[in-house]
Design a binder for this molecule. Structure first.
Ligand SMILES: [Zn+2]
Length: 193
């Protein structure tokens, strides 16, 4: 089930890239699922307006359980929502989705380089993204891109240690993966499986 779900996502991305989207937002579909939802994947993605999971994976109503925060940063509400999806809805796949040119990563990098402090709650995002930016800066080439991938791996590793999720993975009921979305090509590639 977990591998089938990943396959389904990647096939949807292929349709999106090839301009063959089959998104079903019909009244018939809406009525079919009005009494219950059975999404096959949770996507934790970035708030960036260019990365809407339903569009880039070509999935319609009732198919994806989507949570979006700047730079895929975790907090208690995000973790609780993901755990709810696994515990109550038995969603077999969880994907952390980073993307090219992530503004949250770039802004964090600028703040850290200028030794500034972000205002209000934005500072929480900066703190949570600092590790990834530091890893990205270890090499001169493509530091932002490296930081995006480092953040995806970091979040995947944290999710694999979260209580309900860890047990579900051990029982083969859940797979947690990380991926990267290319804004130019529209393609999603796997970062960590
Ligand atoms: Zn972003």
């Amino acid at each position: 089930m977990t591998n089938q779900s990943l396959q389904r996502l990647l096939e949807g991305n292929r349709r999106f890239v090839e301009n063959k989207s089959q998104l079903d937002g019909s009244e018939k579909r809406r009525r079919e699922i009005a009494t219950g939802q059975h999404p096959f994947a949770t996507i934790l993605g970035c708030v960036d307006s260019r990365v809407p999971p339903e569009l880039i994976f070509d999935q319609g109503l009732g198919e994806l359980f989507v949570i979006r925060t700047a730079g895929e940063v975790l907090d208690q509400a995000v973790l609780g929502s993901i755990e709810f999806g696994v515990e109550e809805l038995k969603i077999p796949l969880l994907m952390v989705l980073g993307h090219k040119n992530c503004g949250a990563i770039k802004a964090t990098r600028e703040i850290l380089h200028s030794h500034a402090k972000a205002e209000a709650d934005i500072d929480y995002l900066v703190q949570e993204l600092t590790l990834a930016v530091e890893i990205g800066d270890e090499e001169q080439e493509n530091p932002v891109d490296r930081a995006v991938r480092a953040q995806v791996c970091h979040v995947v590793e944290r999710l694999r240690q979260a209580p309900i999720l860890k047990t579900a993975v051990e029982h083969g009921e859940l797979k947690i993966v990380g991926a990267y979305y290319d804004l130019d090509s529209g393609l999603v590639e796997m970062v960590i499986e």
